[in-house]
Write a protein that binds this ligand. Sequence first.
Ligand SMILES: Cc1cc2nc3c(=O)[nH]c(=O)nc-3n(C[C@H](O)[C@H](O)[C@H](O)COP(=O)(O)O)c2cc1C
Length: 202
Amino acid sequence: MNRSLFLVFLLVTFTGGLFFSGCATHNAAMTFDEEVAVSSPPAALEGFNAIVVYDSWSGNTCQIAEEIAAGLNCPAMAVDDAADLAAGEYDLIVVGSPVHGGMPTGKIENFMEQAAPAAFSAVFVTYGAPLFGTLTANRCLNSMEKKLGGQCLGRFKCNGFHKIFRTYPRHPDETDKSEAARFAAGLLERMGDYATTQGFTD
Ligand SMILES: Cc1cc2nc3c(=O)[nH]c(=O)nc-3n(C[C@H](O)[C@H](O)[C@H](O)COP(=O)(O)O)c2cc1C
């Protein structure tokens, strides 16, 4: 094998290794607003009015939306059905999107531009690009958090099967979903403090 062929072989092996090792890892991650106190929620959350609004082209983000909504005991609404949603009337609005080119989908962008801010918000994405995917997911979450307004309590991201790159097959998987449920519980814990000081309206 001559020298340049060997270098090409090394490069392909290294890039391929990185690509597939990146796809094998579990990347569900969440962060919360550290300024908000954590309290034990359920009893205080009567009348708590929350909604999850999401877009999903191939079902991944929808699965996470449903998991978070179940944890919050509130509806999950496809963005197509949310044109007339009075977002400002909710105590908490959680918005989710697949990452498309480092941004949320156009429908989610439009929704966030038009929606009046709820008192509290949270954002989540599913993403599927190998290697640089986490960067694009963070960029997307930053822009969503900024656009949505209200006090953003937390953000969540996990992998979702990428139809073009064929990465992260079977994601979101059971671990991703249980992390999403844990995220919802974390949001509730942070709403509990608000409930004891402000109360909720039915
Ligand atoms: C048009 C298009 C653009 C995408 N762009 C990105 C991207 O910039 N970064 C990324 O990590 N994943 C990207 N993905 C992958 C999706 O974000 C990922 O597979 C997601 O889980 C799909 O969610 P859905 O099934 O709810 O549509 C892209 C997918 C499509 C179809």
